[in-house]
Design a protein around this ligand. Structure first.
Ligand code: DGY
Length: 317
């Protein structure tokens, strides 16, 4: 039987399916494996089932020459050097679709929290700061009638837009190209990056990390936003330059932010930790029992298809 290394425990539904087709080793360590550990544990394996926190590059692949497939337990795959995999004829898969609605839910949670100051209010109430409601107490921004600008209108961005419309928001978006189907479904409008920055009340970052999106939200970008704007990121951390975001929040360029992803995960920039107008979530975008189980089944289906000599349903390269 072919061998599969699972670099961190995933829901049992996926493991059971894998065991029906392979000899499966699941790392017992309750932490991310280092590259060296993956190399040691991956010797003789045909498949590495990886987490988005595992960096998989050409050097690592060369050190595990029996590996023919990397099955990522995530929709994002910026942790994998696809070109290096392609050059070595290593198949790579991801888990798209099953976490769309779940990640959109968390995005809305962050938008609502940052705009209506829920976490900030919670901290204040717990620390005895609630001395009575008054007309100017903790005023936030209402969403009804406001403009949501989506940076990266893919599957998740569209699911965010659908929910935001239920809150009475108007939708604009910036992608490399306009999407007429999305325009019709969401009554949305493609805008330039500049227009997205200058006309959105809320910006939701739902783009993947690429060389085009890395660092797109820097001080110059924050400086072009509305002073009351809220920025939420459930895409990938390095799309925002965190020190610039801290500057923008401190200097009042924007009102608030909500983050689920970070430039250097799991580290969080201490300047952001010190600010009250930023909601910080520990990468919970897909963290529901239902979603993680569905991801586990999907990653296992990719592996079992590959081991059976079939085309894995979610093949990237
Ligand atoms: C993914 O799968 O890429 C998400 O970031 C996990 O929440």
């Amino acid at each position: 039987m072919k061998k599969v290394l699972v670099t961190r425990r995933i829901p049992e539904e996926g493991i059971e399916l894998l065991r029906s087709a392979a000899e499966v080793t699941v790392s017992e360590l309750d932490r991310d494996l280092s590259g060296q550990e993956i190399v040691e544990m991956g010797q003789g394996c045909t498949v590495l089932l990886t987490m988005l926190s595992n960096r998989i590059d050409g050097e690592l692949l060369d050190a595990v020459p029996t590996v023919r497939m990397v099955a990522n337990y995530a929709v994002g795959y910026d942790n994998i050097d696809l070109e290096a995999a392609r050059r070595r004829s290593v198949v790579v898969t991801n888990t798209p679709g099953v976490l769309t609605e779940t990640t959109a839910e968390l995005t809305l949670a962050l938008i609502l929290d940052a705009a209506r100051r829920v976490s900030e209010g919670d901290r204040l109430a717990r620390s005895g700061g609630f001395t009575g409601i008054h007309p100017l107490f903790m005023l936030g921004m209402g969403l009804d009638g406001k403009t949501l600008g989506i940076y990266g209108l893919g599957r998740i961005g569209r699911a965010v837009a659908r929910r935001a419309r239920a809150f009475g928001m108007h939708i604009i978006y910036h992608n490399r190209h306009a999407n007429s189907e999305a325009d019709a479904e969401l009554d949305a409008r493609w805008v330039s990056f500049d227009e997205l920055l200058s006309t959105s009340d809320v910006i939701s970052i739902n783009a993947p990390l690429t060389r085009h999106t890395r660092g797109a939200f820097d001080l110059a970008a924050f400086g072009r936003m509305r002073p009351g704007a809220v920025v939420v990121n459930t895409g990938r951390g390095p799309i925002i330059v965190e020190d610039d975001l801290a500057d923008a929040l401190e200097r009042g360029f924007i009102a608030a932010a909500g983050l689920d992803v970070y430039q250097d995960e799991p580290a969080i920039n201490p300047r952001l930790l010190a600010l009250d107008n930023v909601v910080l979530c520990p990468h919970l975008g897909s963290a529901t029992r239902e979603c993680r189980a569905a991801m586990a089944v999907m990653v296992a289906q990719n592996v079992t298809a590959f081991l059976a000599g079939e085309e894995p349903p979610n093949r990237l390269v």
